[in-house]
Design a protein around this ligand. Structure first.
Ligand SMILES: [Zn+2]
Length: 337
C-alpha cells in the first residue's frame, strides 16, 4: 500500500509500505476513506521533534475490511471514525472519560496511508449510522481529532451558558474550540487571531469578538472586554510558553483554562499560578469520549466542522500538503485517494 513517511524534518515522501494485517485478536483493519495532516505533524516537520523514517498520520475515517477474532461490536463493511489513541474503553481510566490515558493507550502506525491497523477496535472505533454522504466525510474526519480536541478543550474550560470564552490559537483546533463553545452555550466568544481568513471562519463558527494582539497586549485586550476581570473560560490551542501564559493571564480568578496545544518546553511559574486562582485542565484529548455525540451532530447536519479543511490533495501529493501548512497557505489539509 502507499503511505506517508517522514524521513527527516522537512522530508516527506509517499512510499510503498507493508499493508497492515491483524496481529492481536482485538485488532481491526480499515481501508482509509480520508485522512489529513495535523498541526502537530508540523513539530517533527520543523525539526522541533526528531523524526527518523516515521510513518505519519493519526486522523482517519474508513471502512472496516477485516476484524480479529475477539472484535464484537464491529463488522466488515462498517464505516468508522476513531480517535488518534487506541483505547480499550473498559478500564477505570476510560470509564472515567479519559480514554487518551487508557491503561492500554497506544498510538497508531501512521494513518496517512491506504490502510491502517487499529488496536482495541471495539474500544477505539465508533460506527456511523450508515454509509455517509460524501459531503459529510470531511466533518467526520474532523471529529477524529481536531473537533474532538477543540470540544474537550471547551469542556475542560467549563464552557457553558452565559459564559465569556477566549480562544488562544486560530489553527483548526482553536477554530473548532469556537464551534464547541457556541454549541455548549457560551454567550460571548473572543477569538485571538491575526489572519483575515481564519477570523472569517471563527465568526462563522460563533466568535463574537476578534482580538489581534498577542502576549501581554492580548491579555490587556481581553481584560478590557471583560470589565477588567478576564474570561470565564479560556481555550489554549497552541502549546508554547507565550500561548500558555496568555491563556492563564486572560482567565479571571476562579475561571478555567482548557489546554490542548501539545506542550513544548512550557514551564509554569508556581507563584503566579498560586495567586491566579485559575483552574488548569487539559492534555491529549479523550476524543473517544465525545465521538458518539459528535458523529450524531454531524450526521444530523447540525454542525459543519469540515469547513476547517481549506486544501484537498491526493495522498500522493502529501509533501505539498505539509509545505502548504508549514507556510500557512492552508489551515488544514485533507488527503484523499
Ligand atoms: Zn482503558
Amino acid at each position: 500500500m502507499r503511505g506517508v513517511i517522514m524521513h527527516t524534518p522537512g522530508d516527506v515522501r509517499v512510499e510503498d509500505r507493508p499493508t497492515p494485517t491483524i496481529i492481536d485478536p482485538t485488532d481491526a483493519i480499515i481501508r482509509i476513506a480520508a485522512t489529513c495532516i495535523c498541526g502537530s505533524d508540523l513539530w517533527p516537520y520543523r525539526g522541533v521533534d526528531h523524526p527518523d523514517h516515521m510513518p505519519m498520520g493519526h486522523e482517519y475515517v474508513g471502512v472496516v475490511t477485516e476484524i480479529g477474532a475477539d472484535v464484537e461490536t464491529l463488522q466488515v463493511g462498517d464505516f468508522v471514525v476513531g480517535s488518534f489513541f487506541a483505547s480499550d474503553n473498559t478500564c477505570e481510566i476510560c470509564q472515567a472519560g479519559y480514554q487518551s490515558r487508557c491503561v492500554h493507550a497506544t498510538g497508531l502506525d501512521g494513518t496517512q496511508a491506504e490502510y491502517a491497523r487499529i488496536p482495541f477496535a471495539d474500544g477505539t472505533l465508533v460506527s456511523t449510522p450508515g454509509r455517509p454522504d460524501p459531503d459529510l466525510i470531511p466533518s467526520l474526519l474532523a471529529a477524529s481529532d481536531v473537533l474532538g480536541t477543540g470540544w474537550f478543550a471547551a469542556v475542560a474550560a467549563e464552557v457553558g451558558q452565559g459564559k465569556t470564552v477566549a480562544v488562544v490559537g486560530d489553527g483548526a483546533v482553536g477554530l473548532l474550540g469556537i464551534l464547541a463553545a457556541k454549541e455548549l452555550g457560551a454567550e460571548r466568544i473572543i477569538a485571538m487571531s491575526r489572519h483575515a481568513d481564519r477570523q472569517a471562519l471563527a465568526r462563522e463558527f460563533g466568535a463574537t469578538d476578534i482580538v489581534e494582539e498577542r502576549g501581554d497586549e492580548g491579555v490587556t485586550r481581553i481584560k478590557e472586554l471583560t470589565n477588567g476581570l478576564g474570561a470565564h473560560s479560556v481555550i489554549e490551542a497552541v502549546g508554547t510558553q507565550e500561548s500558555m501564559m496568555q491563556a492563564i493571564r486572560a482567565t479571571r480568578a476562579g475561571g478555567h483554562v482548557g489546554y490542548v496545544g501539545v506542550s513544548h518546553d512550557v514551564a509554569l511559574p508556581g507563584e503566579e499560578l498560586f495567586f491566579s486562582g485559575v483552574h488548569l485542565h487539559g492534555g491529549p484529548a479523550p476524543v473517544r469520549r465525545f465521538l458518539p455525540q459528535l458523529i450524531q451532530l454531524i450526521w444530523d447536519r447540525k454542525i459543519d466542522p469540515g469547513k476547517v479543511f481549506d486544501l484537498t490533495l491526493p495522498l500522493e501529493q502529501a509533501a505539498e500538503g505539509y509545505r502548504a501548512m508549514d507556510q500557512r497557505r492552508a489551515t488544514k489539509v485533507l488527503l484523499t485517494f
